[in-house]
Write a protein that binds this ligand. Structure first.
Ligand code: SF4
Length: 356
């Protein structure tokens, strides 16, 4: 396949004698003016345009399917140049979500096609791992979501399909492009990487000077619970994970977040809440409680509302900052990997089966 131009930084544009202003000009055509072909870069000499067009592909993905939710969440299924499918979810802020009106527009992006980590409750892992995304394929999700929605994304979470820290180099480069003033200009403080607990990646991120936020998908406060639903815990048990988080916190002087999906009968009992509060207090972490978004074919369910409230109360009684995140987009398969899975399995419009 022809290399993707979006994978490059301006210093790597293959025009050896091009002065810096020319490189800036090209970046401006790509990231600010959002041209779809090299030919549209009319300030460049024709020979350069032809050279770039002969060696690179500018477009990284196309829209395969999109679903809007009654709560304004919008999910996109993208088809990459090799035919693989990945998802992004656009989540406008709402008073119910953040407590006050906000112009925050969050995009949740994918970093891998499928996922090798096999968390039991997750649709993304069901079909296994296919490949890592390239930096340009990650950046392109943001650009395409902006084009589709007509709005600027100003908050980014690496919480979609895949384990971002297992594709560290590509994610890091994508963030460089997303963060740069010549790129998409989204500040590092508005970028969150969420990991299922890949300790070596957390330690590496701790050495990164950028102020990227870290969220841990904890989903259980004991090894016994995490072992049941997250195979990664057998490799990096809670004690090791918490130690890495403490080191991250000490190095970066930044607070972190625990994501905790509440699943009925699995991790929603008050004993887990008490232990979670202890861990959060130790790291001064805030907690996002997310009632499980049911996935077709999996047996897990969200707990009843009263049980969610009781769990949250245990945390607030211990003065742990915690939010119950409203289930956004539950009517549009918003749980990570669900739309892709349905499409791959030929359910609904836009699926390969429906198209054939
Ligand atoms: S929750 Fe994240 S790490 Fe776990 S299987 Fe799903 S995508 Fe992979």
């Amino acid at each position: 396949m022809t290399p993707l131009f979006l994978d490059l930084l301006p210093g790597e544009y293959p025009l050896p004698d091009a002065p810096a202003f020319r490189r800036r000009q090209i970046a401006e055509w790509v990231f600010k003016k959002r041209v779809s072909s090299f030919d549209q870069m009319t300030t460049l000499p024709a020979a350069w345009r032809a050279e770039l067009a002969s060696r690179f592909t500018l477009g990284a993905l196309g829209l395969a399917r999109s679903q809007g939710s009654a709560d304004t969440t919008r999910k996109f299924l993208w088809r990459l140049n090799d035919g693989a499918l990945v998802e992004s979810v656009l989540i406008p802020a709402s008073p119910a979500l953040y407590g006050e009106p906000s112009d925050r527009l969050t995009l949740c992006v994918s970093t891998q096609v499928g996922c090798a980590y096999g968390c039991r409750f997750c649709a993304s892992g069901l079909d296994g791992f296919r490949r890592n995304l390239s930096p340009g394929e990650i950046v392109a999700q943001v650009m395409a979501a902006e084009t589709e929605s007509g709005s600027r994304v100003n908050n980014l979470v690496f919480m979609g399909m895949g384990e971002p820290l297992a594709n560290y180099d590509a994610v890091s480069r994508a963030i460089e492009i997303i963060n740069a003033p010549w790129g998409l200009g989204i500040g590092a403080r508005h970028i969150t990487i969420s990991t299922s607990g890949l300790v070596p990646g957390i330690l590496r991120l701790a050495e990164d000077p950028r102020q990227i936020r870290l969220a841990i998908s904890l989903h259980g406060a004991t090894d016994e619970v995490r072992d049941r639903i997250m195979p990664i815990n057998r490799r990096h048990p809670i004690a090791e994970l918490i130690e890495a988080c403490a080191l991250y916190r000490a190095k970066k002087h930044r607070s972190l977040t625990f994501e905790y999906i509440l699943i009925e009968g699995i991790n929603d009992d008050p004993a887990q809440a008490r232990l979670l509060a202890e861990l959060a207090r130790r790291l001064r972490a805030r907690v996002n409680l997310i009632p499980y978004n049911a996935v077709q074919g999996l047996r897990f369910r969200p707990p009843p509302a009263a049980r969610v409230a009781a769990f949250a109360k245990v945390l607030s009684d211990r003065r742990v900052p915690a939010t119950v995140r409203r289930e956004k987009g539950s009517d549009i398969d918003a749980a990570c990997g669900q739309l892709r899975l349905k499409t791959l399995r030929g359910e609904g419009p836009g699926s390969p089966a429906a198209a054939s």
